[in-house]
Design a protein around this ligand. Structure first.
Ligand code: PGA
Length: 239
């Protein structure tokens, strides 16, 4: 069985105090390089330093669509790599929804992230109306179109149904299996596909056992050290 990834996404949560308590605990848990944590930008360096003696990887939740220059407030992919970041999320549904990120913007972000040597976890997922109309698969495959010319080597896709994010209601095993299979075929069966949306310590094992699930993207539950460690331990870390 291939390695399964567990990536925590802290979103706009946490502070120095939480991180200072959190880092030594996860650093000591013996988790492998299949585990990653995306903290807010100001804490990337602190997280990198705190996890240096562990195999856990640190990443960002987003990067600028610009390589660098006069773009006040932006953080480039190169800066993330410079402070030890190994990967970034791109296209999270909250970025698409609250910040209006469209295909062109996401495409530039992917390009710059890859040029900076970061792995990209490209997030896709349908909203509840699309799911109810029965068009979820075609909607998600359409979101993947911008990846056509991307180097697949450093690419992951995260399937996160919008209605499952932060709702406490994860997708069913069947919904996950059908979507992951469709994404895998679309991507030429080379790209790992993670599932995200209300993953916690109680359902992680079950979701990781679903055919086609190469890992998990974990929001709320990644803010609790014990729970995140338990989820990380559920994943298969060997190739
Ligand atoms: P959740 O978030 O685990 O809190 O549902 C997942 C995500 O948005 O990445």
């Amino acid at each position: 069985m291939a390695v399964q990834w567990v990536i925590g996404n802290w979103k706009q949560n946490g502070n120095r105090q939480l991180l200072t308590a959190f880092l030594p605990r996860i650093a000591k848990a013996g988790l492998g390089s299949h585990v990653g944590l995306s903290v807010p930008f100001p804490y990337l360096d602190l997280a990198f330093q705190g996890l240096q003696d562990s195999e856990i990887q640190i990443g960002a939740q987003d990067v600028s669509q610009y390589e660098g220059g006069a773009y006040t407030g932006e953080i480039s992919a190169g800066m993330v790599a410079d402070v030890g970041g190994r990967f970034t999320l791109i296209g999270h549904s909250e970025r698409r929804h609250y910040f209006g990120e469209s295909g062109d913007v996401l495409s530039r972000k992917v390009e710059h992230a890859m040029a900076a040597g970061l792995s990209v976890i490209f997030c896709v997922g349908e909203n509840v109306a699309v799911r109810q109309n029965g068009h979820a698969v075609e909607y998600v495959l359409d979101q993947l179109k911008i990846l056509q010319k991307v180097d697949l080597q450093n690419l992951f896709v995260a399937y996160e149904p919008v209605w499952a994010i932060g709702s406490g209601l994860s997708a069913s095993n069947e919904e996950i299996a059908v979507m992951h299979q469709a994404i895998k075929v679309h991507m030429g069966n080379t790209t790992p596909v993670l599932y995200g949306g209300s993953v916690n310590a109680s359902n992680a094992q079950m979701i990781l056992a679903v055919e086609g699930v190469d890992g998990l993207l974990v929001g709320g539950a990644s803010l609790k050290a014990d729970e995140f460690i338990q989820i990380g331990q559920c994943a298969n870390r060997q190739t």
